[in-house]
Design a protein around this ligand. Structure first.
Ligand SMILES: [Fe+2]
Ligand SMILES: [Fe+2]
Length: 129
């Protein structure tokens, strides 16, 4: 069973446009988790491209609404993207094992914690503002 299923109780932050992007992220992660190694590089690229847009949109919204947690939240985004790009380089050199292990053992927890903390704080800021 996939770890990347949309569970509103766990994942919804109560702001529809954020929930839409987060559902898309989970769908891409699910495809990535289940695909054969021959498709892994392309599927990982799709997830990284989506994540770059997802994070940039949140950071733009934080800037536009003067959200006080912008710096901390953006640093966390940058950290995950740096990890994903490092895995991507290994995958493109024909070494998918570390990336596959991260998708299986780290990514779902990272995402759940990020939603429960930083994205929930952003959603509360947007609802309150
Ligand atoms: Fe997010
Ligand atoms: Fe975020």
């Amino acid at each position: 069973m996939t770890q990347f299923s949309w569970d509103p109780a766990q994942h919804s932050v109560g702001v529809e446009h954020m929930d839409v992007v987060h559902r898309e992220f989970l769908a891409l992660a699910r495809v990535l988790e289940d695909c054969p190694n021959s498709q892994f590089a392309d599927r990982l690229r799709a997830l990284v491209d989506h994540t770059e847009k997802h994070f940039a949109a949140e950071e733009r919204e934080m800037r536009e609404t003067a959200c006080p947690s912008l710096a901390e939240h953006a640093a966390e985004h940058a950290r995950l993207l740096a990890d994903l790009r490092r895995f991507q380089q290994a995958v493109e050199r024909g070494r998918p094992a570390m990336a596959r292990a991260f998708v299986e053992d780290g990514l779902a927890d990272w995402f759940a914690i990020h939603l429960a903390t930083m994205d929930s704080a952003l959603a509360a800021h947007l609802r309150g503002g």
